[in-house]
Design a protein. Structure first.
Length: 596
């Protein structure tokens, strides 16, 4: 699998914790990149047991009493997944070229623009037996797996306390996840950091030789950083380059039009953000290369480093949108997430949750306060996790048990950190609110925000437990799911080939109206602005300035889109019409604010 490069032009990003926990086993042998979350080691241990049993191999548990048990669990699981992918790739290579075989499916799903797909099409039309046999042998040799990518959410980095009541050195959750990945036998893989900077985690990277290139400048384990804007990419890229770590890819994600945690920008829209990356990519690359080379001084001379890839994800839903991103903005690849939640061949979704996702409308996917991290969270209403939370409220026992403790970070009322979704925190916090000088209305509002916090550690893992018939946490079998708003426009039970054909424009799985991804994001930001206005103290100059900056950036984004879509090569009358409606709504809301 050395030097394998995906023949596809899209990847499946990490979704939740369990939803893509073994997606590489499902899609990598078809050349598709997909990403695993490795922060929840308890789930990974359960998945280790599942795959050892599936392969009729002896499962040896990795006990919590072992030193570096988290890292060991992660390393072994990734090695297991790697072995599974290699095995499946060999099966594809050796399959017969029949109408329904996996090797036929492999080549049929490739994008037409690739040389490999054109070679396959010539193969299907050849009549000369000798020439066809030669080309068949060549095609089999060019079957390459998609990458097994790994995601670490940098904000999930709880300290582990040792027997001496002191933090374990390099024992925090994120650092152990990094160690587990670094010591795995994955090749041509990418480690994706999401949720912003974690200096301790970034500094730890330098401890591992596996993140350095070989003599040809090839990275066996590359680094990608998920960012919301150019400034974030520059800051994080420079920080790592100064420490001898090369960032091979920046994954731009829409601030609001995404699944899971949403990191809203100050009103900066995706189009203008992509434009800045397009204009400054060479400048960014040169600056990072100089810093990277300076770190090594004369010790090493890198004649060639891989180009920095710029990819984008968040709300992409049509071939035309995907094409605009690649043709105009020159992105190297795109991420398609939420639609794959409706594809059993690619992701892990239990039947009950799948039906709810299929029936979801725009009103059912909300920007919630459910995450204990205090970060906004795109969330499907009506999933069993919400039922569990409301039932506890009716029992006058708000919150949840906290078995996994991954998100324990609050010390507002306790010396040791606790989770804001826990019974303990919610009881203490609501009592504090009730004893405050707030008005009755304010107390009710603040208490509702507290009660929205949900146990994500368990809820985002249980779908795998249901599908693979194991118990994750006793008496806690509810499911939480966090699709992006884009999911509301997809409703089928799709095969992998159907979705890939949709991505490449060979067919469409959509029916009915769906706003352009840029329009949808703008609508989400306008809704966010309304909420921002309601919570802004207009007697406070700093808050007023923040609100006005947000509004100004949205207006700049609208002006940018007007100019972009006025071009003959991009002109889209439906987009322009929707843009005018957004501008009108934004102006009306602003007028209301001025009157107030």
């Amino acid at each position: 699998m050395k030097n394998a490069i995906s023949p596809h032009q899209f990847h499946i990003p990490v979704m939740g914790i369990a939803y893509t926990i073994d997606s590489p086993v499902k899609v990598a042998h078809f050349g598709i990149n997909s990403s695993i979350s490795i922060i929840e080691d308890h789930l990974i241990e359960k998945m280790r047991a599942y795959y050892y049993k599936l392969n009729r191999q002896k499962y040896i548990p990795i006990s919590k009493n072992e030193i570096n048990f988290r890292a060991k669990r992660i390393t072994d699981y990734l090695n297991l997944i790697n072995t599974e992918v290699k095995k499946k790739v060999e099966e594809v290579k050796n399959a017969a070229f029949t109408a329904t075989s996996d090797i036929t499916k492999y080549f049929e799903m490739l994008p037409e623009v690739t040389e490999l797909k054109q070679k396959y099409l010539r193969f299907t039309q050849l009549e000369d037996v000798s020439a066809k046999n030669d080309l068949e042998k060549e095609l089999r040799g060019q079957v390459k797996p998609g990458a097994i990518e790994v995601n670490i959410m940098t904000k999930v980095d709880r300290e582990q306390i040792g027997k001496n009541s002191e933090p374990v050195e390099n024992g925090s959750d994120a650092l152990q996840a990094l160690k587990g990945y670094a010591e795995s036998d994955l090749e041509n893989s990418t480690l994706v950091f999401s949720a912003g900077m974690n200096p301790r985690l970034f500094n730890y990277l330098s401890s591992f030789k596996s993140f350095q290139p070989d003599s040809n400048g090839v990275f066996n384990k590359a680094i990608a950083i998920k960012v919301s804007d150019y400034r974030s990419a520059l800051i994080q890229g420079k920080y790592l380059a100064k420490r001898g770590i090369w960032v091979s890819e920046f994954r731009i994600e829409s601030g609001l039009n995404c699944g899971g945690h949403a990191f809203a920008t100050d009103g900066f829209l995706l189009g203008p953000i992509l434009e800045e990356f397009k204009e400054k990519k060479e400048e960014l690359t040169l600056e990072l290369k100089n810093l990277y080379q300076n770190y090594f001084s004369e010790e090493k001379v890198f004649n060639q480093l891989p180009d920095i890839k710029i990819t984008v994800q968040g709300g992409i839903g049509t071939f035309e949108e995907d094409k605009l991103l690649k043709d105009y903005y020159k992105v190297d690849a795109t991420g398609w997430g939420s639609p794959f939640l409706l594809c059993k061949e690619a992701t892990n979704v239990d039947e009950e949750t799948l039906k709810k996702l299929q029936n979801a409308k725009a009103r059912d996917i909300v920007l919630s306060h459910s995450s204990p991290l205090g970060v906004r969270f795109n969330y499907l209403k009506g999933a069993s996790g919400e039922d569990y939370r409301r039932l506890n409220l009716l029992k006058n026992k708000p919150g949840s048990a906290c078995p996994e403790k991954l998100l324990q970070a609050n010390t507002e009322f306790t010396e040791k950190p606790i989770c804001t979704a826990s019974h303990k925190y919610q009881k203490l916090k609501v009592a504090h609110i009730q004893q405050s000088d707030m008005s009755v209305e304010e107390k009710e509002k603040e208490s509702k925000l507290v009660y929205q916090k949900e146990c994500l550690c368990t809820g985002l893992c249980n779908t795998a437990a249901i599908n693979y018939n194991f118990q994750f946490v006793k008496n806690m079998d509810f499911v939480t799911v966090c699709p992006g708003p884009n999911l509301a426009y997809f409703s089928g039970n799709y095969s992998l080939k159907e979705l890939v054909d949709h991505i490449y424009g060979r067919k469409t799985v959509l029916s009915g109206y769906r706003p352009h991804m840029f329009i949808k994001e703008l609508q989400l930001y306008i809704d966010y602005l309304k909420e921002l206005r309601e919570n802004t103290d207009f007697s406070n100059k700093r808050e007023v300035k923040k609100y006005e900056r947000f509004l100004q950036n949205l207006n700049k984004g609208i002006t940018y889109y007007k100019q972009l879509f006025a071009q003959k090569t991009i002109n889209n009358s439906e987009f322009i019409s929707d843009l005018r409606l957004c501008e009108k709504e934004l102006n009306m809301n602003n007028q209301k604010n001025e009157v107030a």
